[in-house]
Design a protein around this ligand. Structure first.
Ligand code: MN
Length: 230
């Protein structure tokens, strides 16, 4: 009997290293900065909510490269959401907030790209948003920086520029739920495993991009990466 062809495991680039980080799941947090929650119609410190992107939708960009990134199908309103991504090195369940940092392998800057028109249409009908969030190449991510290099991140700027104009600018200290609180929350609902990534939410200023635009995503202590939409 013919076995199915082997699927390559998903991995992402590590800053300054030829090694790669093998990815398990990709969790994402919705509305985790007050100003973005407001622009999406929420208020205050509602409990965090989560969705997934398939891990093979990651689009890993190595140090210093400007990668060509394909504009996705079906959308007329493709939005950028720049986010701090935390990578889990040690798994666990019911992780207390005070110990969450012990489970962190490192951090990266990522883009939770969103087919906003499709997401909005699904929301209106109370249907799942997968088509708006979980599309091919929908999770660009810069090189992963080990926590030994960056230190624990609780503050610092996170920025997205489009064609050299700042579109999104936030600070990690403005997260409604901190990175460690997010880890604690996720680990109550799912058992975290080594290789899990969590996109921790985007600050205000989400907006549309089109073919030919150049996106530069950066965060303090992590550097960043750039994409050209083609
Ligand atoms: Mn997001």
């Amino acid at each position: 009997m013919q076995a199915l062809p082997r699927v390559e495991p998903v991995s992402i680039a590590i800053a300054g290293s030829p090694q790669r980080f093998a990815v398990h799941r990709v969790y994402c947090v919705g509305r985790n900065y007050a100003d973005h929650a407001k622009e999406m119609g929420a208020s205050g410190r509602e409990p965090p909510f989560f969705f997934f992107k398939p891990s093979d939708t990651l689009f890993s960009v190595a140090d210093g490269a400007t990668a060509e990134w394909p504009y996705p199908s079906l959308t007329q309103d493709l939005h950028h959401e720049v986010e701090l991504v935390v990578a889990i090195g040690r798994g666990g369940r019911d992780i207390p907030v005070e110990r969450a940092h012990e489970h962190i392998w490192g951090y990266a800057v990522g883009l939770d790209m969103t087919r906003r028109d499709l997401q909005s249409a699904m929301k209106k009908e109370s249907k799942p948003w997968c088509i708006g969030k979980g599309f091919d190449f929908g999770a660009p991510i810069g090189p992963l920086v080990p926590i030994e290099t960056s230190g624990e991140l609780t503050s610092g700027a996170i920025t997205l520029k489009v064609n050299d104009v700042v579109r999104q600018q936030g600070d990690l200290s403005d997260l409604i739920w901190s990175i460690n609180e997010v880890i604690a929350h996720v680990s109550k609902a799912w058992e975290l495993k080594p290789g899990d990534l969590i996109f921790t939410g985007t600050p205000a200023g989400v907006g549309a991009v089109g073919r030919g635009d150049v996106l530069v995503a950066e965060a303090a202590k992590l550097g960043g990466f750039s994409l050209k939409v083609v």
